[in-house]
Ligand binder design. Structure first.
Ligand code: FAD
Length: 545
């Protein structure tokens, strides 16, 4: 397939300060921070921005109440501080989310323990803009939360965290910002091996998976941010290195809003095993998760299994008896692998969620690998990693500014004011205007400008769907999409509608095909590739005979 954004071999031949392997949330944030601090950065991603674990999370920007159980006070404080920064720097993507933790007689953790945890959570977020926790009576639970199972219910703790409904867009915006600062990003560029000079990494060889060409690029330093693939990437060093990742699998169900569904997120103990679970309102649907299972399978194809579906359905029906979720109600599922540190046989829930920035010196020079890391803490991880890069390059870097600098879609003014004005004045129907500002933030203006040039791109891809034609073109022209899959799953986010994007696939291909002059073969290729990929979501549309 021909690249929409051709690779400039000449530009690649320069010596880079840093090559970042992996365009998930952590790789894209490291690239952004490094570029903002004046480094020449090349990012190589074997699929697309945020096509790995960063797309498979529960989409919470949270302190992680449960980590208090494991005395991870530093991690909780770090996460809560990052949550606050994200509310400031990415208000279009990160929104406050009410959470309720119900007290059940049968809970393994007694109510007093949860209340202690809540107090500690408030103390650790002393500088937050969100409200402190408070306690709800059973009656208030039914009124303010949803139709929870009344049996054994004595109330709930109500507190606040945040949700990033379109987590993929956080990575996209980090890459856009890195590019604004001069970084180069290539998707469908798989790093095959490291180029070594003695014991020192001095570059990588990568394959352009779209045009089947191989390139060698040189750099002073390489950062391996391959998420669960970190050990796979390290095989490219060509000598045995100790195992770093012990990934665990986590799966989610997506179902339509059911009678008595929660109005805010519910965080509860699974009856079967006491594990923490979530039932969360998400993009007009309900997101249910997760599992936490050791995983040795194919990292490139992770799919929910039947036992996980049964577990998630049973637990949800247990706490929301009116949900009556059965296989037929599931719109789709998604699963991913947590890139946790390898710790042998330790209980999966007890493995730390803190990140480790692993400098391979003296085994291998010029190479850093990232182990673990939550979505929530990407900014801080990136800052620490770039501090280390500066030390290793022995070069004074500009100070880190990601603490204050907004992501591109946040704009500079008050986002809510911008959004209200856009909804009132853009001329789009209200649901479309609201969708555009939630996906692109202040950059929704650019979609408007595109429509002024091409008015027919104003049309919805499907009646009742908020994605419009202009977004397809915008993804290719402004956000470095290469395929329709990139567009639907990681740019306009239409791939997460009720039909997992299958109802907007043909129109999206037609719009891109007509605009860019794709031939029949390319159109068929795009359709087949999307349908094949989306099977891992087990979407309802493809489950039916
Ligand atoms: C089920 C689940 C729920 C979670 N929920 C939350 C949550 O609610 N909140 C939270 O804060 N965190 C959550 N997390 C954790 C969080 O999602 C991850 O820790 C984070 O997304 C990891 O990002 P990453 O960039 O390190 O890895 P990834 O997103 O996996 O990125 C690694 C990238 O490297 C690329 N790559 C791999 N090999 C190569 C190669 N050879 N060449 C080029 N590129 C390569 C991959 O394609 C991939 O895109 C959850 C994780 C899971 C699995």
């Amino acid at each position: 397939m021909m690249r929409h954004h051709p690779i400039d071999a000449n530009q690649l031949s320069q010596k880079w300060d840093v090559i970042v392997v992996g365009g998930g949330i952590n790789g894209s944030a490291i690239a952004r921070d490094a570029a903002l601090r004046g480094l020449k950065v090349l990012v190589l991603e074997k699929e697309d921005i945020s096509s790995g674990t960063s797309a498979w999370s529960t989409r919470l920007i949270h302190g992680g109440l449960r980590y208090l159980e494991y005395f991870e006070f530093y991690l909780v404080r770090e996460s809560l501080a990052e949550r606050e920064r994200l509310l400031r720097n990415a208000p279009h993507l990160v929104k406050p989310l009410g959470m309720a933790f119900p007290f059940y007689k049968q809970n393994r953790r007694p109510a007093w323990m949860i209340r202690m945890g809540m107090i500690l959570y408030d103390v650790l977020s002393y500088d937050k803009s969100l409200d402190h926790h408070h306690i709800l009576s059973p009656q208030q639970v039914f009124e303010q939360v949803g139709a929870l199972n009344p049996e054994g219910l004595s109330g709930a703790a109500m507190y606040y965290d945040c949700q990033v409904a379109y987590a993929e867009r956080l990575s996209v915006e980090n890459i856009l910002s890195a590019k604004e600062q001069g970084a180069t990003f290539l998707n469908y560029a798989r790093v095959k091996r490291f180029i070594l000079d003695g014991n020192r990494v001095c570059g990588v060889e990568f394959e352009d998976l779209l045009e089947q060409k191989t390139y060698s690029v040189s750099a002073d330093l390489v950062v391996n941010v391959g998420g669960p693939w970190v050990d796979e990437v390290l095989k490219g060093v060509g000598k045995p290195l100790k195992r770093l990742i012990g990934g665990t699998k986590g799966s989610h169900l997506v179902v339509p809003v059911f009678p008595g569904a929660p109005k805010i997120a519910v965080y509860f103990e699974a009856r079967a095993d006491g594990r923490p679970m979530f039932v969360i309102p998400w993009t007009g649907r309900i997101l249910i998760g997760t599992t936490d299972l050791p995983y040795q399978g194919d990292l490139d194809h992770v799919e929910i299994d039947d036992e996980e579906i049964t577990y998630l359905m049973n637990e949800t029906n247990g706490i929301f008896p009116s949900a009556q979720i059965n296989l037929d109600k599931i719109l789709y599922t998604y699963s991913g692998i947590r890139p946790l540190p390898y710790v042998g046989e330790k209980k999966t829930a007890a493995i730390t969620r803190r990140h480790i920035i692993h400098d391979h010196t003296p085994e291998v020079e010029g190479l850093i690998s990232i182990i673990g890391g939550k979505l929530t803490t990407f900014r801080n991880l990136a800052e620490q990693c770039v501090d280390l890069i500066g030390k290793k390059l022995n070069r004074p870097l500009k100070p880190c500014v990601t603490n204050k600098v907004h992501l591109p879609g946040a704009g500079e003014g008050n986002f809510v004011e911008f959004q209200n004005q856009f909804i009132a004045k853009s001329g789009f129907e209200r649901d479309i205007a609201s969708h555009l500002t939630e996906i692109y933030g202040a950059r929704a203006e650019k979609i408007l400008a595109l429509i002024q040039k091409e008015p027919k791109l104003k049309e919805r891809l499907h009646p009742g769907d908020t994605t419009i034609g202009a977004e397809v073109i915008f993804a290719f022209e402004e956000e470095q999409a290469e395929t329709i899959q990139d567009v639907l799953l990681r740019r306009c986010m239409g791939g997460y509608n009720d039909s997992a994007g299958l109802n907007i696939l043909d129109p999206a291909i037609q719009i891109a095909g007509d605009y860019f002059g794709w031939d029949k073969e390319r159109r068929e290729q795009e359709k087949e590739a999307y349908q094949k990929y989306i099977q891992r979501y087990r979407p309802k549309l493809l489950r039916q005979p």
